[in-house]
Ligand binder design. Structure first.
Ligand code: PFF
Length: 457
């Protein structure tokens, strides 16, 4: 089976597809609003530390496992480590399903923003009334149909398979998205609120940090980089033997982090520049991506009339390339493990995940019983609860499993060989130390601290 496994069509194919998985709503939707909720500076610093100290090594470790085994996560762990290790793979599949279920809902919002922007571009812009976003969230039929549309689009591309769908889609959209984002950033930096935004983002105030925000920063790093659930193991199983795993990892991490920071600077600047916006956002920062940017496009930016709808198409595309990778984790398991056809695997996976999506879609405002309960402090409703459990618990646990596996159980020579020239370099021992010691200890300590309710401030 390994011999016939499909591979990416070009050298860049892997980096593009992996960045397609990494860059998504985690950067454009989640990073800005979670950073806002955690009051900026110190949170951003912890996030950056997590990206460098955990993100790069774990990304490398996951791709390594995938390429070594030439299989999706569950059978990959089984083949390289024996039966018990497949638990790490299963945990990842569960996390993938959970994330997919609510991710589809937010992704659906980008379709709605596109539709709204198209209307504004044709008919002139009017600032939405206070509470307009809340009404949108509470509209059950609309939420369900947007979520369903997104689910079908994902299923279609996953069903078409690696290369044909994923690689082509990312090759076109990534550069476009980056170009518009840079233009957005340039425009935002000319606005009055710039200094306040930069101060909030980059001047750390450590008194705001609690153990839970540290874990949230780490969880966000995993989420944004698509780590901890085997997405990069799956993609790594399609990477060619000639490519440098370490260099690819660094490229993906750098691009992903740049996109998140650019998005946050732009959104924070708008919030501080436009009168009344920070008040009207205060109840629902979760919609930041969809509420703030139209202001910038339509009131400040030359050409914004054309770029606004284009931007939300690209947000949808970025989300799609992430949902595809989430779908691929589950579908490739069914294919590798059960011997199902891609069609059957896609159908079953999509159906199961959509059941979760229905609950998540109705939990943002339509059904009070689904939106009001609070299992974790500050995370009310199905969508926030699923997000919290997946990003801040399942992904760090998956990352922990992967680092312990690669650091302590996979043969040192196997690891070296798979890493090629990097495996012989001086940086390799730093990498190995991060994988063996720093990452496992940091993740374990944080999980314990949060469970014991430890507050550092
Ligand atoms: N990294 C994606 C984002 O930032 O939107 C989300 C994601 C995709 C997480 C794939 C995990 C994953 F396996």
């Amino acid at each position: 089976m390994a011999m016939t496994r499909a591979h990416w069509g070009s050298r860049l194919g892997f980096v593009l597809a992996a960045s397609g998985s990494a860059v998504g709503l985690g950067n454009l939707w989640k990073f800005p609003y979670v950073t806002w909720e955690n009051q900026g500076g110190a949170f951003v610093l912890v996030y950056l530390a997590a990206v460098v100290l955990l993100g790069v090594p774990i990304m490398t470790a996951e791709i390594l496992v995938g390429r070594r085994a030439q299989l999706s996560p569950v059978p990959a762990f089984e083949k390289l480590g024996g039966g018990g290790w497949s638990a790490v793979g299963w945990l990842g599949v569960a996390a993938g399903g959970v994330i997919q279920s609510y991710y589809m809902v937010i992704a659906g919002w980008s379709l709605w923003s596109f539709y709204q922007c198209a209307g504004w571009s044709l008919g002139g812009y009017t600032s939405p009334a206070d509470g307009a976003f809340g009404e949108f969230l509470a509209n059950a039929p609309l939420q369900l149909s947007l979520t369903a549309t997104f689910t079908l689009a994902t299923a279609y591309i996953v069903w078409r398979g690696i290369g044909g769908g994923i690689e082509t889609a990312t090759k076109i959209m990534m550069p476009l998205l980056l170009a518009i984002l840079l233009y957005l950033l340039g425009t935002a930096l000319l606005m009055d609120g710039r200094d306040q935004a930069l101060r909030m983002l980059f001047l750390p105030d450590f008194s705001t940090l609690r153990a839970s925000s540290l874990l949230e920063a780490v969880g966000q790093a995993f989420f944004s980089l698509s780590l901890g659930l085997g997405a990069m193991i799956t993609y790594g199983s399609y990477i060619s033997k000639e490519e440098s795993i370490f260099r690819s990892s660094v490229a993906v991490v750098a691009l992903d982090t740049a996109v998140a920071l650019i998005a946050a600077v732009a959104m924070f600047t708008i919030i501080f520049s436009v009168e009344g916006l920070s008040e009207s956002l205060s109840g629902s920062t979760v919609g930041m991506l969809f509420v703030t940017l139209p202001e910038l496009f339509y009131t400040q930016m030359p050409g914004g009339v054309l770029l606004a709808p284009a931007f939300y198409v690209l947000v949808a595309a970025a989300a799609l390339s992430s949902t595809i990778s989430l779908g691929e984790v589950v579908v490739s398991l069914f294919i590798d493990r059960m011997g199902w056809t891609r069609g059957k695997a896609t159908l079953v996976a999509t159906g199961v995940v959509f059941l979760g999506s229905i609950l998540a879609a109705l939990s943002v405002g339509a059904v009070p019983a689904l939106s009001s309960f609070e299992l974790f402090a500050g995370k009310a409703g199905v969508l926030s609860t699923l997000d919290h459990v997946a990003a801040n618990l399942l992904l760090p646990l998956g990352g922990l499993g992967t680092t312990v596996f690669v650091g302590w159980f996979l043969g040192r020579e196997d690891v070296r060989e798979e890493l090629g020239a990097f495996g012989q370099s001086a940086v390799f021992s730093v990498w190995l130390w991060l994988v063996r010691v720093v990452a496992p200890v940091a993740i374990t300590a944080l999980l314990i601290a949060v469970f014991m309710g430890k507050d550092f401030s």
